[in-house]
Design a protein around this ligand. Structure first.
Ligand code: MBD
Ligand code: FE
Length: 284
């Protein structure tokens, strides 16, 4: 990583917080508070922490370090990053337990709604001189009963060759490497993009401080994010991974599953790589 990419990564956390707040405001519901549920979950969370205090004999120094660090997570805008890296995988597992169709995984902090729409066989928006190996992604979307879903949509977003996401790192065109694709009549897609680089979460904020202090690493394996949807079917949120990536087995976000591994081959047109990866959606 260069100095420049480090500095640019620093903005991503604050961006993710600002965007999450906007989305949460737009989706706010008027449901009354379920006091019993809140009491159960908050009570269990607090007990889990006080149990650790007793078990590990946590000192005042450690308690105050925790306080300082929690304050810093907020100041750095890194709550979305912290939660999505260390907690979301469990929430996603629980939310999708009942599914018979394709496995999904976490959304992460860098999704943006309403990306521009393209035909089933388009190229994702990218800079004229976008660095990276050309990557052709072919897919067919069906229902669990085998019906091809001609009105399926694939939203795709991923990092560039430097591990940076448009709209979160500055200096990248707004919708770079982000788009929505609309299926053909057979539920198929033929999307042209580039292979993303492995991704290091921002290291200069509170999450980086934790990683450093614990002696962990900050890496996620290279991945392509997708949301696959069709009217009447459950939204599938997934990430796809590349065999051989050195962080497939120790993703900091615990979001790799064997079902999400791509099988890229040299492209039939001789340029870069191509892959076929199909999705199966559960009815609502
Ligand atoms: C990412 O790109 C990501 O996908 C997750 C889950 C966390 C941090 C950065
Ligand atoms: Fe990501």
């Amino acid at each position: 990583h260069t100095q420049a990419s480090e500095a640019r990564a620093a903005d991503s956390g604050a961006q993710a917080s600002a965007r999450f707040k906007d989305r949460a405001a737009a989706h706010r519901s008027d449901q009354p508070v379920d006091h019993e549920r809140v009491s159960l979950l908050a009570g269990k969370a607090i007990k889990a922490l006080t149990d650790i205090v007793y078990e590990e004999k946590v000192s005042y120094d450690e308690y105050n370090a925790l306080k300082s660090w929690l304050i810093k997570v907020g100041e750095d805008g890194e709550w979305p990053l912290f939660l999505d890296v260390w907690i979301e995988h469990a929430v996603e597992d629980v939310a999708t337990e009942h599914r018979e169709g394709s496995k999904g995984t976490i959304e992460g902090p860098y999704y943006v709604e309403d990306s521009p729409e393209y035909e089933w066989d388009a190229k994702i928006p990218m800079r004229e001189d976008e660095p990276g190996t050309p990557f052709r992604f072919k897919s067919k979307v069906t229902a669990v009963d085998g019906t091809p879903l001609s009105n399926a949509k694939i939203e795709m977003w991923h990092a560039d060759e430097y591990g940076l996401y448009s709209q979160f790192a500055p200096g990248i065109p707004e919708w770079n490497l982000r788009a929505s694709f609309l299926a053909n009549e057979d539920g198929e897609f033929d999307i042209k993009t580039i292979r993303p680089a492995p991704y290091q979460i921002p290291t200069e904020g509170a999450c980086g401080q934790l990683i450093e202090a614990a002696g962990w690493h900050a890496w996620r394996p290279a991945h392509i994010h997708v949301k696959v949807s069709a009217p009447g079917y459950e939204l599938l949120t997934a990430q796809l991974y590349f065999p051989g990536d050195e962080h497939n087995d120790d993703d900091i976000a615990s979001a790799v599953k064997p079902e999400l591994m791509l099988d890229p081959k040299p492209a039939s047109d001789g340029e870069g790589e191509e892959v076929q990866y199909d999705f199966v959606l559960d009815p609502e």
